[in-house]
Design a protein around this ligand. Structure first.
Ligand code: UD1
Length: 433
């Protein structure tokens, strides 16, 4: 069964590709790489041993999309493609409306043309706004998003509901993500934000590794157990598995279902920092700052609908998320642009990564040479020892040879034998020693 992932080279898309391949699906990725890196495709292959088919296209381009549907028998689509930076969306809302809506409309037109009726949409808990009590349930009223990013999520949910009303064969699952963090445990794929991160975890890992001086905690006067904002952090691998369950559901049912993907458990900013420090044995320098506009006290999911309809539940802990986020950051200090891929970039020299790279490889080079020298020393010592033994044997042989008659004589005298044959055997035995 072939599943098309629009925006499949991104953070959540790449993890979903891995889990789909692991579950036996054929994966096709369509991505213009505007906020991702083609290296992701190699990394997916390294993890799964199977390379997903990759099309570098803009999903809003109908003709390009048609080519993908012509060349593949696509059963369902998981639609990730879209811009997602909240602060940017308040500055350039038109860019967000144009891109996020265009990609969706083109995709839905092409799906309709090729009679592909199943879609999973990458929505967000942001659609619950700031008026609902926690935990957020799927049947609560949505709306109240304060930024263009959140509004495009709401609009696309509405578009999908309208299509489902008009077409009885159509099926859409609207996955409302809470706060995905963590990375694949291999450390090969993870979140690679462009520039200064907006979200908490990438800021924590970049501070821990020294790229940022401090993590600023945005407000300590929220109505929560320790005054900092509470969110429902979910491991991206759990989230990816939720997509596998959702596309299965979408291909087996019709109509629209909004489903939360969260753990149902809220953690504050302090909780995350402490869990991160404990899991990884590193310090995260912090400073207290002002509240960030638009942030709410608490946001966590009701998880019953996902369990009931998708038979899916998040399994990994906050500790797992912190460990895997750090593992990814350490292995890829500059995301997919890390040193071993772009060794000759001058920026890397400036930022010290190239130096770190050479120090690391100089140490390995040095250790290998020490090992080779030791090996050579022991080989020579062995040869010298053998030469000494041979010399000793030769001496013994010479002595025996010279004194052969004497030995026979003395052995004869000792009455070991009358005929001398045994004496000869004894001498041969001596030579063998
Ligand atoms: C943010 C977006 C939300 C989007 C989600 C995607 C805003 C206002 N909301 O949600 O629309 O769907 O990302 O993942 O941007 N924090 C700090 N210091 C930091 C960064 C964050 O203290 O440097 C705090 C925040 O105040 C918040 C918590 O950490 O309490 C989580 O923040 P973040 O990771 O940005 O996620 P959301 O605010 O939930």
């Amino acid at each position: 069964m072939s599943i098309l992932l629009t925006g499949g080279a991104g953070f959540i898309g790449s993890h979903t590709a891995v889990e789909l391949i692991n579950a036996g699906y054929d994966v096709i990725i369509a991505d213009n790489l505007s906020n991702s890196n083609e290296k992701v495709i190699d990394r997916i292959k390294m993890i799964t041993n199977r390379r997903p088919k990759f099309y570098k296209i803009d999903v809003s381009e109908v003709e390009e999309l048609c080519k993908i549907f012509d060349e593949n028998d696509i059963t369902g689509v998981i639609h990730f493609a879209g811009f997602k930076c909240v602060p940017e969306s308040t500055k350039v809302p038109l860019k967000y409306y144009r891109n996020n809506l265009d990609t969706t409309l083109s995709l839905l037109e092409v799906m309709s043309k090729y009679k592909c009726n199943s879609i999973v949409f990458s929505s967000s808990a942001t659609v619950y706004g700031d008026k609902n009590p926690v935990p957020f349930e799927e049947n609560m009223p949505v709306g109240g998003a304060t930024n263009a990013y959140g509004k495009t999520k709401l609009m696309i949910e509405e578009i999908l509901k309208d299509i489902a009303m008009s077409s009885k064969d159509f099926s859409a699952v609207l996955l409302r993500y809470f706060n995905p963090i963590g990375a694949h445990p291999s450390g090969l794929i993870g979140e690679s934000p462009d520039g200064i991160p907006n979200n908490l975890m990438p800021y924590v890992t970049q501070t821990a590794i020294g790229v940022r001086k401090f993590l600023t905690i945005y407000g300590t006067d929220y109505n929560t157990h320790d005054g900092t904002g509470v969110r429902d952090y979910i491991h991206v691998v759990d989230l990816a598995k939720g997509h596998v369950a959702a596309i299965k559901y979408a291909t087996e049912h019709t109509g629209v279902e909004a489903i939360n993907l969260g753990t149902g458990k809220g953690s504050s900013v302090w909780d995350v920092i402490h869990a991160f420090e404990k899991a990884n044995g590193v310090k995260v320098p912090v400073q207290i700052g002002e509240r960030r506009p638009g942030d709410i006290d608490e946001c966590y999911a009701s998880v019953y609908k996902a369990a009931e309809l998708l038979n899916w539940r998040a399994k990994l802990s906050l500790e797992d998320m912190c460990r895997d986020s750090w593992n990814w950051q350490k292995n890829n200090p500059k995301g997919y642009e890390s040193i071993w891929q772009y060794k000759n970039k001058w920026e890397n020299v400036k930022s010290g990564y190239l130096v770190a790279f050479y120090i690391k490889y100089f140490i390995i080079y040095f250790l290998i040479h020490i090992f080779l020298l030791l090996k050579l020393y022991f080989q020579v010592a062995y040869l010298v020892e053998q030469a000494k033994t041979k010399t000793r044997e030769f001496g013994a042989f010479k002595e025996i040879n010279d004194n052969y008659p004497k030995y026979i004589l003395s052995l004869d005298r000792a009455n070991f034998s009358e005929d001398g044959i045994i004496h000869k055997n004894i001498i041969e035995w001596l030579l063998d020693i």
